[in-house]
Design a binder for this molecule. Structure first.
Ligand SMILES: [Zn+2]
Ligand SMILES: [Zn+2]
Length: 178
């Protein structure tokens, strides 16, 4: 049986778990970690030159940038594709945008005012701080209620969707009638 072919500057056999990139000159394959090319960087490389070949042929050639609003920056900027989140255009727009503070937009309402009818008429566009729970129709468990109690109620084999909750510290809690 022939020996397994060896690749890369480290001369190791193929390992499926490691990212590799092919040199466009010598056609050998190289581990990203051996030649300092991260997998996410490889998509931007048009013609790859390995460390052996770039001595003679110069550095790798990067793809031509056609846009600043798509993650694949070879896509033409002909106005047909929307701005993708995280691209330079997106980040710039986000940085230039002014956001109202929570205090400015938050509605303060009594529990009895927050009704299905109210929400139907006004929608739920802004966060609502309920200053008096009375009339809200919600019953809160005692403060000692914990994940263990949930397990007791529903069993330990049920997968429950959860919302991350941020509870303000007690001393900053605002009371409706100071
Ligand atoms: Zn290697
Ligand atoms: Zn090469």
């Amino acid at each position: 049986m022939a020996a397994a072919p060896l690749y890369c500057v480290c001369r190791q056999p193929y390992d499926v778990s490691r990212f590799m990139i092919e040199c466009d000159i010598c056609k050998d394959w190289f581990h990203g970690s051996c030649v300092q090319v991260e997998e996410h960087q490889a998509v931007d490389i048009d013609v790859y030159h390995c460390p052996n070949c770039d001595v003679l042929h110069g550095p790798s050639l990067m793809k031509k940038r056609n846009n600043w609003h798509r993650h694949d920056y070879t896509e033409p900027n002909d106005g047909t594709k929307p701005v993708q989140a995280g691209t330079p255009v997106f980040v710039k727009e986000l940085q230039n945008r002014a956001f109202a503070s929570g205090e400015e937009i938050m509605l303060r309402m009594k529990g009895e005012q927050v009704t299905p009818r109210y929400l139907e008429r006004h929608g739920f566009k802004y966060p609502i701080a309920v200053t008096e729970m009375e009339g809200l129709g919600l019953k809160l468990p005692p403060t000692t209620f914990s994940v263990k109690d949930v397990e007791e109620y529903v069993g330990d084999t049920v997968i429950l969707p959860c919302l991350p909750l941020c509870i303000p510290p007690k001393d900053k809690h605002q009371t409706p009638h100071p």
